[in-house]
Ligand binder design. Structure first.
Ligand SMILES: [Zn+2]
Length: 321
């Protein structure tokens, strides 16, 4: 019969051939009995580290490239129960930085598109109505005998009235219309600035946590663990994106400048702000359960003060500019 990898509380080191390292700081743990890293202070259970069958998480996106959509969906849903999620994932389960970055890009891209779609639909509808009324006015004016001089100048410059109208007041579904929508559609830009800050929040948080860690001389914790905590805490924004699509449906179904569409877009911005509180709570759970920090609350609050002030600065500059 095979000898067990663990005898009582201590690992059976004679039986363990591979190097067992601290998952947070890579310190070699061979020969130790106490389940605590002497280098960084990380506390763990020996089976988490020495049992190879516990290294594969049942569904997390980093571990299941064979089922991308399924694992992404399960990871996003898993985060709805943060205590359970951060108890099922532990630092000894290898992380895959490339898949983590893909995960962040897919989530951020979806949230950005979903949250901006309402304002784009609304601005496109306004521009369509405005351009079609301008076109009708010019078509009427061109038949007026007093416009003859103006018409001949216009023919010289543009070739025809239609060519002028297509450039100045383009119809929807043309390239000129798209350009006009995004260049002169200042309301889209205003909402976009806010949403860029929203989807950059996790990256700013990651940077703040790393700076904080270095300044506190806890540089021993591998940055990939911080990235993991941030990625799986802020992926909650996907649910805000789903509500963003619902708001877009409301905007599309209601008329121009209707109370319903103004309410839907305002509510979405309020939800984005509110969701940050939930995400910060999830990050605190991650720091407590996963990284097992001594002062997770102080660490998270300090990082969020830095990020909040940075975001406020960027927003002020962006809106004044
Ligand atoms: Zn360690």
């Amino acid at each position: 019969m095979d000898e067990p990898l663990q005898t009582g509380d201590a690992p059976n080191w004679a039986k363990i051939g591979e190097e067992i390292r601290c998952p947070l700081c890579d310190y070699n743990l061979r020969g130790l009995i106490d389940p605590r890293c002497p280098e960084c202070g990380f506390r763990f259970d020996w089976p988490e580290l020495i049992d190879p069958t516990r290294r594969l998480h049942p569904y997390v996106f980093e571990h299941h490239p064979e089922r991308n959509v399924w694992s992404m969906w399960r990871t996003i849903c898993g985060g709805l129960q943060p205590w359970r999620f951060w108890s099922s994932l532990h630092p000894a389960q290898p992380s895959n930085a490339r898949r983590l970055v893909v995960y962040i890009i897919v989530v951020a891209g979806f949230v950005l598109v979903a949250n901006l779609s309402g304002i784009i639909v609304s601005a496109a509808r306004d521009l369509t109505a405005q351009n079609s009324s301008e076109r009708a006015w010019f078509a009427g004016y061109s038949r007026n005998p007093r416009s003859a001089e103006w018409m001949s100048e216009l023919q010289q410059e543009y070739g025809s009235l239609d060519a002028y109208l297509d450039e100045a007041f383009p119809k929807p579904a043309s390239w000129a219309f798209v350009k006009q929508l995004f260049i002169s559609g200042s309301e889209i830009l205003e909402v976009a600035k806010f949403n860029f800050i929203y989807v950059s929040w996790p990256l700013l948080t990651c940077a703040a946590l790393l700076i904080f860690q270095w300044s506190m001389k806890r540089a021993k914790v591998n940055p990939r663990h911080v990235l993991r905590c941030v990625a799986y805490s802020f992926d909650m924004a996907v649910w805000v994106g789903v509500l963003g699509i619902a708001a877009t449906v409301l905007v599309a179904a209601s008329g121009r400048m209707s109370m319903m569409s103004i309410f839907a877009m305002g509510a979405l911005i309020a939800l984005e702000c509110l969701s940050l509180l939930f995400m910060i709570h999830r990050l605190w759970v991650a720091y407590r359960r996963y990284l097992r920090f001594d002062r997770p609350f102080a660490t998270i609050v300090a990082s969020q003060v830095i990020v909040g002030l940075t975001a406020l600065n960027v927003l002020l500059v962006a809106y004044i500019w």
